[in-house]
Design a protein around this ligand. Structure first.
Ligand code: DQA
Length: 146
């Protein structure tokens, strides 16, 4: 089983960026955490981070026929990107949304998730652990599908 794990804009600034909200651990630690979670579950991880909406759309399209599942934290594009929503719908690869912070308790502009409309589940406010939950959920969901 192969999962594409996508992290959106400014997540490469983890550890520096608003540590009171996003924690003190850096992006490399997050990548390692995700990588290890996948290996523990026997999943082949493909990690991708970009600050650019079009690059994220291109990567989702390239996953067609390649990835069995997508775990995505679209970061700020969560609240604006119909293009990422459409890309997820286009490839129809089962996807799970993750947010480090609890977006549901933050500003009103964070209350909408466009990519989330193409996701089977969301994990929010669990920090790094949300990615593990997403990986486990997606693996379980795909196994039940078969
Ligand atoms: C985030 C939440 C978004 O609202 C924000 O723009 C981010 C990070 C999170 O992981 O909590 O960049 O996706």
């Amino acid at each position: 089983m192969k999962f594409l794990i996508i992290n959106g804009p400014n997540l490469n600034m983890l550890g520096i960026r608003e540590p009171d909200i996003y924690g003190a651990q850096d992006f490399q630690a997050l990548q390692r955490f995700i990588y290890d979670c996948c290996l523990e579950e026997g999943i082949e991880p493909v990690l991708f981070q970009s600050n650019h909406e079009g690059a994220i759309v291109d990567r989702i399209q390239a996953a067609y026929g390649e990835a069995d599942g997508i775990v995505i934290n679209p970061a700020a594009y969560t609240h604006t990107s119909v293009a990422i929503l459409d890309a997820l719908k286009a490839v129809a690869i089962p996807a799970v949304e993750v947010h480090l912070s609890n977006v549901s308790e933050r500003e009103s502009f964070r209350q909408i998730s466009y990519p989330g409309m193409a996701c089977i589940k969301a994990f929010v406010g669990l920090g790094f652990e949300g990615y593990r939950q997403a990986i486990l959920y997606l693996k379980d969901w795909l196994q039940k599908e078969k």
